[in-house]
Write a protein that binds this ligand. Sequence first.
Ligand code: SAH
Ligand code: SF4
Length: 347
Amino acid sequence: MQKQDIRAMTEPQLRAHLDELGLPGYRFKQIVKWLNAGVSDFSQMTDLPLALRQQLSERFFIPGVRIARKWESKLDETVKYLFELQDGETVESVLMSYKHGWSQCLSTQVGCKMGCTFCATGMGGFIRNLTAAEMIAQIEAAEKDRGIRVSSVVLMGMGEPLDNYDEVLRFLHMLKEDGGVHIGMRHVSLSTCGLVDQIYRLMDEKLQLTLSVSLHAPNDQIRSPMMPVNRKWPVDTLLEACRRYAETTGRRISYEYAMVNGVNDSDACAYELAGKLKGTLCHVNLIPLNPVDGSGKRASCLKRIQSFQNILTKSGITATVRRTLGADINASCGQLRRKADREKSNG
Ligand code: SAH
Ligand code: SF4
């Protein structure tokens, strides 16, 4: 008999299967609780009798992820993974070591619809959403591989998390469950390119996570050519949503700003940005652009980045330059997957 995907089943279907096995109703509740906690294997359902765990694993499987490729940094403890999903699609994830513990960057979609011109994922187009279970499975696979516990997660891998809102929310709730990976909301960052309607929706959930907004430019003239999403939700509309979000949740917004040589890195841009963020609960993260093949864009030089940072700081805006981990296995989101695809097509 072919094993069935237990997560793909509706509740009545699962109930019917368990009835067939002659199991009492409370077993259904126990199993659903474990599935909601994101376990990847029936052996982790520790309050079920061993024989039952065995029986379940003969009939069903819990879809997970497999490490298709792995790059380990020689400079620090960073590991980049290419995970293969049940249907053969692949996504990237990066595990980083910080003083406070292990942090993992997760993917939320295979590809992305948003088409940002500096992003390798954006260039590859969109394939499909990940399920909440596939997001949890990325954490479990890394934990198992390294024998560690991940203590914080950032949704900054492939995909736009707010374009996969329902599964991302399910994932956030699964994170907290006892018996699962058990990561509190204060240790989660969610990064968005600025889907304003979804930012308001998220605001109403009043979660204690950190919202990161990929701003990358202080005005529409510069932002629209970089990020097509800006044509729908321009800078000022986005910043208004962010201001409301920060006020309502009491959590400061973290703005991502990729420094692109000659595009968005002038002193004038820094002054304009400072003017727009002044008086709001915020932090700016300056990131030297990670050059993507074929884009023709380069990172700003360090002197330029420092000048930009100084202007922000002097205007009362806290700004940091992101430390690059795993510089020797350097590849921003989407680049590893593209590389693996190219290698595959080259035989
Ligand atoms: N879709 C979400 C989250 C995934 S992208 C978002 O856009 O926010 C994660 C971060 O990487 C974003 O801040 C994105 O703008 C940034 N990024 C993408 N390509 C990059 C590159 N080539 N160099 C530097 N940052 C990049
Ligand atoms: Fe998608 Fe984010 Fe890349 Fe833009 S930067 S294409 S939103 S993954």
